[in-house]
Structures are given as C-alpha cells and as structure tokens.
Ligand binder design. Structure first.
Ligand SMILES: [Zn+2]
Ligand SMILES: [Zn+2]
Length: 388
C-alpha cells in the first residue's frame, strides 16, 4: 500500500501503489498503462482525479507537441501523461502541508511557477521564466501539469498547494473541471485586460474559452457583450450565458460593421479572439475603439496578416494570454459558487477514463455537437452521460 516517508495519508482514503495512466507515444498515439502513483513533495498534495476535461490545447499537445515541453523538448515517446484541466479530491499531503485536508474537493490550476523569477514574483506564474526546467539535475520547482510534467489523464496527480482552489460540495465534478476554464476568461478580462463594469466586449469564436469569456464578462458587468460565431447551437448557448447579442458570421458579410452597429456605431473596448480564424486578428483590431484592447486566446497555425498602421495610429493594445495567472481561478470559482453563470451549459459529454480516445474524437471532430468533453476514472464503462 502507498505510504511514502513524510507523506500524510488517511485510512479513509486508501491509495494504491500503481494507477492507470494514458501515455503519449508518437503524435496522436495514446496507450493506457500502469504507472506508480506519484509522491507529493514539500508544499504539494496528491490529488485523486475525479474529472478531467479535454481542451483544444490538449489536442495541440497530443498531435503537434507544443506548448508541451518534456525534458527540454517535444513530449513524444517520453512516458508523458497529458491532460491539464482537471479536478479531484485531496488524497495525501506532502511534508508540512496543513492548508488542505485529505478528502477535500479541489479544482486545480495548471501552472505552478518557480516562485523566484521576475514573472512569478509579479503573480504571472503562467509566464514563468523557468518554464519546463524540472528534469535531470535541474529542478526549478516549476510545474505545468500536462505541459512540462505529467497531467490529468490518469487516476492521481501531484499538485503544488498554490494551484488548488477549494470547491463546494454542491458543485459537480464536471463543473469543477470547468473552474480553470472560467479562470482563464477572468485572467484575460481583468488581470491582463483591466476591464471594469460597463465596458463593452466582443468575443470571437464560441469554443469553451469563448463561451466562458461571455459568461465571465457579463458577470463582471460588461455591456454589451457580443459573441461572433457561425454555429447556431453555440450562439444559443452564448445567449443563455448572458451575451447581449450573438452574431452569426456566416450570415453577416461584414462582421466588423455588424458589431459596430450593435454598439452605437463605435467599436468596443475589448475583443477576446478565441476563434483562430485566419482573418480574425485583423477583424478584431478593427472592432475595438481607439485605445481598445485585443486579447489573443486561440492558437492559429498560419501567420496572420494584420493592419499594423491601424493598430499604431489608433493606440490599440494587443496581448496574448497563457493560462490563468494572478489567482484569477479563485475569483472565477467565487462567481461559480454564487451561481452567477452556469458553466455546465458548455459541458456536453462524459466518458470513462478508459475511453479517452473516444472522448478525444468527440472533442476534436465535434461529434454530436460536442463542446466540453470530460473523462472520469470512476465512471462505469457502460455508463455514458450526455448532458443536456
Ligand atoms: Zn486548457
Ligand atoms: Zn518563475
């Protein structure tokens, strides 16, 4: 039985020595294997993973490699377990940990920065300057689970206590796995963007981050919040999450003009670009008003063609976002605890952990209008839930 020296366990939570874990071989090759249950160090806990959501970035990692970086390089054939959006129950405490108890339910942030570089000291630990330096003789203390260390497509994982966010018992596992998604939207709008109530926001693209950005923007008091997207079912969900307007861009020849018309002819204060469409960045800089801000939250594979003169002459701010720094996830959880929006509207499917390849196919090919797909280790293989 699992009983590493210095680690506090509970007889109510027996932990096996080994667990099931998906391991990435070559691009797109996942195999279910046995791995030892990892051991928490100082300021870390062992989390039993109760639900893990599939994110578009997981698909990037599994099929392309970056932004994962394992042992200084691509993540392929390194016995690496991907998966970064998960929640669970604290199962064991590393030496000295008294901030959490065994049995406590937690959502987890992805990034634990090194805590000593310039960006970590600023609270921007998702931009840690020691990213990925945690192998061989080097241990800077940096972890980004599912990117630079093993992630959540398994039964147990180690997390720094800095990454934990306690959740209430009335929050389902599936909703708990979405807390970090909402935290990313929060980080984009407030910590990085500086949004205050009454400002106007366009979200382009209704993937999980886009839809959560609509919900968080509305909960923050943004007005109006406009979503641009081409799929009607997602436009409907955006309206349910609080969007003031949902623009179907497949029926709108000039999306920039359509957005401006909805905001009294002026551009908006913020655009959060979540679509990865090739012309979306240029559209975004034309949707914001003078001095407005454009947050880039999607991965595009092609270089974007953008009107730089327009950006310069209109004092437009353009910024990328990585993850969820400055404890934005705690504030997102506070919104969710108060039921300010229903994040479960973006959860569409749950599969057993053992069916991860099916779950990935649903997420990647948007089978059955899949948006957020979750895997659960405890779910019986015969029991598949399609959420409303
Ligand atoms: Zn993600
Ligand atoms: Zn750092």
């Amino acid at each position: 039985m699992y009983a590493p020296a210095g680690v506090k366990t509970s007889k109510d939570f027996p932990i096996p020595d080994s667990m099931k874990a998906w391991v990435l071989g070559g691009p797109g090759e996942l195999t279910l294997k046995d791995k030892p249950v990892p051991v928490p160090k100082r300021a870390e806990v062992l989390v039993r993973i109760d639900a893990a959501a599939i994110c578009a970035t997981d698909l990037e990692v599994i099929y392309q490699g970056p932004p994962a970086m394992i042992q200084g390089g691509l993540p392929f054939n390194k016995n690496f377990t991907p998966g970064h959006e998960y929640m669970g129950t604290v199962a064991a405490l590393g030496p000295g940990v008294d901030e959490y108890k065994v049995g406590q339910r937690v959502a987890v942030e992805i990034h634990a920065g090194c805590g000593q570089c310039k960006r970590c000291r600023e609270g921007m630990y998702t931009s840690c300057h020691n990213y990925g330096l945690n192998y061989g003789d080097v241990d800077k203390g940096h972890r980004a689970n599912g990117f630079t260390t093993d992630g959540g497509f398994c039964e147990y994982q180690v997390n720094s206590i800095n990454t934990l966010v306690a959740i209430q018992d009335d929050m389902s596992d599936e909703e708990g796995a979405l807390v970090v998604t909402a935290g990313t939207a929060m980080y984009a709008l407030t910590e990085l963007g500086g949004l205050v109530a009454g400002e106007s926001v366009v979200v382009s693209g209704a993937g999980p981050i886009g839809l959560m950005t609509v919900a968080v923007a509305k909960a923050l008091g943004a007005q109006p919040v406009i979503l641009t997207e081409m799929r009607d079912n997602r436009l409907k969900i955006a309206l349910e999450l609080g969007a003031d307007y949902a623009v179907n861009i497949s029926k709108e020849p000039d999306v920039v003009a359509a957005v401006k018309k909805l905001n009294g002819g002026k551009g908006v204060d913020y655009v959060v670009e979540c679509s990865a469409a090739s012309k979306a960045v240029n559209d975004a800089v034309h949707m914001v008003n003078r001095g407005g801000k454009v947050c880039l939250a999607a991965f595009t594979h092609d270089l974007a063609s953008v009107d730089i003169a327009h950006i310069v002459s209109n004092n437009i701010y353009l910024y990328g976002i990585r993850g969820e720094g400055k404890s934005a996830v705690h504030r997102a959880e506070a919104f969710m605890r108060q039921k300010r929006f229903d994040a479960t509207k973006i959860h569409t499917h749950t599969f057993p952990l053992a069916d991860l390849p099916t779950a990935i196919r649903y997420a990647k090919d948007r089978v059955d209008d899949a948006i957020k797909v979750v895997v659960k280790a405890k779910l019986d293989a015969a029991h598949k839930v399609a959420a409303e």
